[in-house]
Design a protein around this ligand. Sequence first.
Ligand SMILES: *Cc1c(COP(=O)(O)O)cnc(C)c1O
Length: 456
Amino acid sequence: MQFTSTRGGDTATFSEAVIKGLAGDGGLFVPETMPDISTYSAHWRRLPYTELAYSFFSLFAGDIPDSELRYCVENAYNAFPNPETPATLIEMDDNLHVLELFHGPTLAFKDFALQLLGQLYGRHIRNTGHSINILGATSGDTGSAAIYGMLKQPGAHSFILYPEGRIAELQERQIACTGSDFVHPFAVYGSFDDAQSIVKQIFGDIKFSSAYSLTAVNSINIARILAQCVYYLDTALKLDASNNNPLEFIVPAGNFGNVLAGWMLNRMGIRGLRFCVATNVNAVVSNFFRTGEYCPGKVIPSYAPSMDIQQASNFERWLWWHFNGDSIRVRNVMTTLRRDNKFVLNEIPENNDIIRTTSCDDDGIKTQIERIWCEKGYIVDPHTACAFSAVRKNIRSVVVATAHPAKFPETIASVTGQYPKHPSLDTLKHRIIIKQTMPANVEAVKTAIAEILNEV
Ligand SMILES: *Cc1c(COP(=O)(O)O)cnc(C)c1O
């Protein structure tokens, strides 16, 4: 399978796309054609998670020998305490399930993609004999998930940018208390969007990024999106979704990578899947699907910090499919967006019930946490709470639970009186935080990277 840039100026095999991250023309890689996987459904329904993930990936990663692909997938999901069911489906009532994606090493759904990405990078390092270094921006959870995915890969340094003071304390500790000399937390004075924009600019400087063997871990990497497709597929098969028996996934959204992954299954022939894009007050993407206007502004801090994002990178992929692969139209939109910081799509993008939207402010988040605790005795984290706010009675729904509540104990305790705990987080509380703070400025970040890598 070939991958092509959303902007039409680059193509790559799967492994090339994984290592490049961003396409050479600044676009994002997408599969050139989508496989029809509906014919496999009957067989795939019976597979354990790892087998399903392997079978799914083998359709895209034809340039990786089977045995190596299998090794990567197995190692990725063996890092979960429950490798048989890393994605745990909980029945709340007849019409409502919760898909818990927070049982991985860093207690957020991002482990599903980043454990696998770490394995794919590890394979590259083994096969080429050259190490790589990862560079990423995080709104809270990507950073630690990326670090834990890379820790076992020999010689690879991780540079993780995050907005100083804007992520939860335990999220920061997961990034800054690893004790590893290969992990470099950079706390920048700015927002997540500033951090993400610095990372994009550094990758735009090909000379710099190749001199230091930098590679991206943000959800611009296509392997991350594909890894996320698997738990939607697993759930759709288990709950037998079809046109006559539809299923709606309600997905907490920020960079739009998680919803997009589920939505892509529609394009692969899986029937009966609908999606609700659940944002916090940073409602740029959900406003777009309602009005056709995409208008990113300033990030508003919220109780769900991993979704405090206004520039949703993966949106460009959705556009490419929406425009039926017309990369000229994608390029025009991206140019307009850069120039005007907004664009308007004349037709309302999804008027066919496949995507609906919701947004939830901080009061709403607290209300949901309290309500679910009182009604069901179940504790949800603030991100998942945004999704719960959108549950409807008249359709079978799956709330996608993206983070473990123990990552956000204060918000939860303030409404339920319960302090959710997790042993892996408790040990972090006694370690010292080691980080570098710096201005939100490309040159400052480049200088810091160069200093570290020139020393080793
Ligand atoms: C990253 C994250 C999200 C947002 O996911 P996107 O793929 O960026 O839309 C939601 N919830 C949690 C807990 C996250 O870490």
